[in-house]
Design a protein around this ligand. Structure first.
Ligand code: NAD
Ligand code: MG
Length: 390
C-alpha cells in the first residue's frame, strides 16, 4: 500500500489522479490533499478519501474547512500556507507526491518532495522549467524519482530504453519528437487573433484542462515549456527536440532512434493514462480510459508549426538556448501575461509581446540556488506587470 499526497487535488490533474486512486483502494491510500481556495470541493474529496492532512491557502479557508470536516465527523488535520504544502510533500508517512499545483506556486513543494527522496509524479511543468538543473540535482542527490505526468513526456518516457540515463547518445536516440495539438487557433486567421476572448482561448479541441494551461496551449507556450521540460527530463539539447503538430492528439509523442526506428505512444487524450502509468510504474494498472480504436480514427495527420502564428514557441526555444535564468524569466512573464489576458486586461497577441519585452529588458544570470531563482522570478513578474500597459 502506497500513500500519496495530491498537491492541487481540486484541479484538473488532481481530480483525474483521485479517480485513478479510487479505482485501486488495495494499492493506494491518500495521505494529504491540497487546494488553494475551493474549500467545498476539497471537503467532498476528504469525505471520500479520508486523508490524514488537508491543506488550503489561507487561515480563513482553513477555518471553514475545519468546520465542514468536523460536521462530517472527520479527524483530518487542517493546515494552510506554503510551508504546509512543503510539509505534506516531504512527510515520512507519504511515499509518492502528485505535483499538480499550477505555475511557480508549485516549485517549493516539488523541491521539498525531491529533497525528501520521494517518488514525484510531475505535472507541474513550470517548476522544472524554472529550476531546471537545481531540481534535477536535488532528485539525484536525495535519490528521489521523477516520473513525468505531462502526456508528451510520459509518452517519451514509455518509448525510451528501460535503462535510459539522460543521455540520448548512449540510448541510440537521434531525436525526440514532441507532438502538439496546435490548440483552438491552429486554423484561425492570424489577423483576428487579437480579438479572441478568454473563453475561446480555453476551449481546447482535445483536452479538458485548467485555464492557465489551456491559454498556454492556445499560444503554444505550453509546447515551448514542454520543450524545456524535455530538455531537463531527458538530457536532450534543443536541436534534438522537434515539435510536430498533430491535431488529433492520438500520438502523444515519439522517440526517433539512429537505426531509423520511431517509437510512439498512442492513446485516447485522457490524462488518467499517464497518471496511472506513473503511479504504478513499472507495473500497469487500469485507468478508466477507453481502449483506442484506430479504425475509428482512420488517418493520422502531422504538420510543422508556424512560428509566425505561434511566436511563444520561438521565445521558449530562445530561452532554452540562452540558459541560466532565462527560462525562469520566460515562465514568470508568461504567468503574468496569461493572468492579465484571462482578466481581460490585455489582448491575446499581447501575451507574446509582453514576454518578449521582459526577456529583452532583463539580462539573464546564472542560477546557483533557489533563493536567487525566486528573486529572479519576482523581478521578472514586476517587469512584466509594467509591460502590460505599454
Ligand atoms: P488547474 O487550474 O485545474 O488546478 C490547479 C490546482 O493548483 C488547483 O487544485 C488549485 O487549488 C491549486 N493552486 C492554484 N494556485 C495555487 C497556489 N498559489 N498555491 C497552492 N495551490 C494552488 O490546473 P491543471 O490543469 O490541473 O494543471 C496543473 C499542472 O499540471 C499545471 O502545471 C499544468 O501545466 C500541468 N498539466 C496539466 C495537464 C492537464 O491536462 N490539465 C496536462 C499536463 C500538465
Ligand atoms: Mg502536455
Amino acid at each position: 500500500m502506497q500513500a500519496i499526497s495530491v498537491l492541487g487535488s481540486t484541479g484538473s490533474i488532481g481530480v483525474s489522479t483521485l479517480d485513478v486512486v479510487g479505482r485501486h483502494p488495495e494499492r493506494y491510500r491518500v495521505y494529504a490533499l491540497t487546494a488553494h481556495s475551493r474549500v467545498d470541493e476539497l471537503a467532498a474529496q476528504c469525505v471520500r478519501f479520508h486523508p490524514q492532512v488537508a491543506v488550503v491557502g489561507t487561515a480563513e479557508a482553513a477555518g471553514v474547512l475545519q468546520q465542514k470536516l468536523r460536521a462530517q465527523g472527520l479527524r483530518t488535520e487542517v493546515a494552510y500556507g506554503p510551508q504546509a504544502l512543503c510539509d505534506v510533500a516531504s512527510a515520512a508517512a507519504c511515499d509518492m507526491v502528485m505535483a499538480a499545483i499550477v505555475g511557480a506556486a508549485g516549485l517549493a513543494s516539488t523541491l521539498a518532495a525531491a529533497r525528501a527522496g520521494k517518488k514525484i509524479l510531475l505535472a507541474n511543468k513550470e517548476a522544472l522549467v524554472m529550476s531546471g538543473q537545481l531540481l534535477i540535482d536535488a532528485v539525484a542527490e536525495h535519490k528521489a524519482t521523477l516520473l513525468p505526468i505531462d502526456s508528451e513526456h510520459n509518452a517519451i518516457f514509455q518509448c525510451l530504453p528501460h535503462d535510459f540515463r539522460r543521455s540520448l547518445d548512449d540510448g541510440g536516440i537521434a531525436k525526440i519528437l514532441l507532438t502538439a495539438s496546435g490548440g483552438p487557433f491552429l486554423k484561425r486567421a492570424v489577423d483576428t487573433l487579437d480579438s479572441v476572448t478568454p473563453d475561446e482561448a480555453v476551449a481546447h479541441p482535445k483536452w479538458v484542462m485548467g485555464r492557465k494551461i489551456s491559454v498556454d496551449s492556445a499560444t503554444m507556450m505550453n509546447k515551448g515549456l514542454e520543450v524545456i521540460e524535455a530538455h531537463w527530463l531527458f538530457g536532450a539539447p534543443a536541436d534534438r527536440i522537434e515539435v510536430m503538430i498533430h491535431p488529433q492528439s492520438v500520438i502523444h509523442s515519439m522517440v526517433s532512434y539512429i537505426d531509423g526506428s520511431v517509437l510512439a505512444q498512442l492513446g485516447n487524450p485522457d490524462m488518467r493514462t499517464p497518471i496511472a502509468n506513473a503511479m504504478a510504474y513499472p507495473e500497469r494498472i487500469a485507468s478508466g480510459v477507453a481502449q483506442l480504436d484506430l479504425t475509428q480514427i482512420g488517418q493520422l495527420f502531422f504538420e510543422r508549426p508556424d512560428l509566425a502564428r505561434f511566436p511563444c514557441l520561438k521565445l521558449a526555444y530562445d530561452a532554452l538556448h540562452a540558459g541560466g535564468s532565462s527560462a525562469a524569466i520566460l515562465n514568470a512573464a508568461n504567468e503574468v501575461a496569461v493572468e492579465a489576458f484571462l482578466n481581460q486586461e490585455i489582448g491575446f497577441r499581447m501575451i507574446d509581446q509582453v514576454i518578449a519585452r521582459v526577456m529583452d529588458k532583463l539580462p539573464h544570470g546564472t542560477v546557483t540556488d533557489i533563493d536567487a531563482l525566486i528573486e529572479q522570478d519576482k523581478i521578472a513578474r514586476s517587469v512584466a506587470q509594467s509591460c502590460l500597459t505599454l
